[in-house]
Design a protein. Structure first.
Length: 273
């Protein structure tokens, strides 16, 4: 209607304007407490939000595919499986402890606790020295052990060991002797000296007779090996007496002197095997 029309009347200036209120809004505003507004849907839960997230995941997978250009098909499958496994693990609430527990750092010691000290690694245990028997001292017993050990290494029978120890008892009293005739013999470890020609060592073997060099014969193990090798060459030595077997090797001026050491030698051998 045109405002100049006679039937048109403007509303009074002080008359309140009535607004239409929908029933739902009226319900939220009535009462002591306002009704909670319905939860707003975030971008990830809305339709466009889901599309955006899916697009982002697709782009990431695309970048992984581009980085793997030139690799074989199984490599792409491994990448996809690794991504899928990571997603499954992120949703798993029953995870187990890491399998490589040893790689984890050790727990810090409690305040005031004394840190445990590691024991140093144990080195090879030195063999115990044989206890002297039959009236021998420690040096004599050590030399007897050298003679017995060589005999056992050469698979010599027990009787040969008794013959060898009896011989060393007579020749050097089981001491490793240098010779006053050979000054060079004093350059080697020795336990005394003798003056019987150029005889040296436990068995008083002579370098001039072809038993070995002075340096060799001053070693108890070498001297014992030389004696056993010569004893093997004696025909029927196993059936001989200790005196006869020893004399066959040594060719001593006193062939009957070895017999008196047989009993003590047997006691020493029994203590060492």
């Amino acid at each position: 209607m045109h405002p100049d029309h006679p039937d048109h009347q403007p509303p009074p200036a002080n008359r309140p304007v009535r607004r239409t209120i929908d029933p739902a809004s009226a319900e939220r505003r009535v009462g002591r407490h306002r009704a909670p507004e319905p939860p707003r849907r975030g971008p990830a839960r809305s339709g466009p939000g889901r599309i955006a997230v899916a697009t982002g995941v697709t782009c990431c997978l695309g970048l992984i595919g581009v980085a793997g250009v030139g690799e074989s098909g199984p490599a792409h499958l491994e990448v996809r499986e690794a991504v899928a496994a990571d997603q499954r693990a992120s949703r798993d609430f029953t995870r187990l402890a890491p399998p490589a527990a040893a790689a984890l750092p050790p727990p810090a010691p409690a305040p005031g606790a004394t840190p445990a000290t590691k024991k140093p690694p144990r080195g090879p245990v030195a063999p115990k020295r044989p206890r002297p028997v039959a009236g021998l001292d420690q040096r004599q017993m050590d030399n007897a052990r050298a003679i017995v050990d060589v005999g056992r290494e050469m698979k010599m029978p027990r009787r040969a060991l008794v013959v060898a120890v009896s011989t060393a008892m007579q020749e050097s009293n089981l001491y490793n002797l240098a010779s006053d005739v050979l000054p060079e013999s004093f350059d080697h470890p020795h336990q005394g000296s003798g003056s019987d020609h150029d005889s040296v060592g436990l068995f008083q073997q002579r370098p001039s007779s072809g038993w070995g060099t002075v340096a060799q014969l001053m070693r108890p193990a070498y001297a014992a090996r030389a004696f056993y090798a010569a004893l093997r060459e004696v025909p029927g030595w196993q059936d001989m007496s200790v005196t006869a077997a020893a004399q066959a090797v040594q060719v001593s001026a006193y062939p009957d002197a070895y017999a008196r050491h047989e009993k003590r030698a047997a006691t020493v051998v029994a203590a060492l095997i």
